[in-house]
Design a protein around this ligand. Sequence first.
Ligand code: 4NP
Length: 165
Amino acid sequence: MPVRVLFVCLGNICRSPTAEGIFRSRVESAQLEDSIYIDSAGTGDWHIGKAPDPRATKHGLEAGYDISQLRARLVRPDDFGEFDYILAMDRQNLSDLEEMRPADFTGRLLLLLDLDVSAAAEDVPDPYSLDASGFKRAISLIEGGCDALLLDIQHHLLKEKSANQ
Ligand code: 4NP
């Protein structure tokens, strides 16, 4: 069974698709595509079915990540039954998710940057109403978070493997 990872922001057109693209690239480099399933979603419904914001796509491509094929969707209550890691981009996203969290959720619900001990922030600030530097900063923060997340999951996979031997 793959480890299942869901990135969540507000609109699912800037930060969480960027996180999905960055993390997919990290997972491919580590040749763990068969062991880790990745998705993203938003807590707000304004952009359902839409491609990422053109600025997120442009800055992502410039940094080496193609997110153009992703489409926005809303977080669903069922996601709590399907994902092992639900990673919020900011504290508002986290508090919205905590309100939806069923009592029997056994996965991990946390801020992406909580995993990155060297992160310079707690939140990935929403770049939607910011300029290019907001998008670049989001990419840089998310890269750090995704590196830390991959290490965390690799540790988990190693423990699982040794428990099964
Ligand atoms: P995201 O950015 O949460 O990183 O996708 C936003 C995109 C759209 C809106 C807010 C944030 N909006 O209000 O439409």
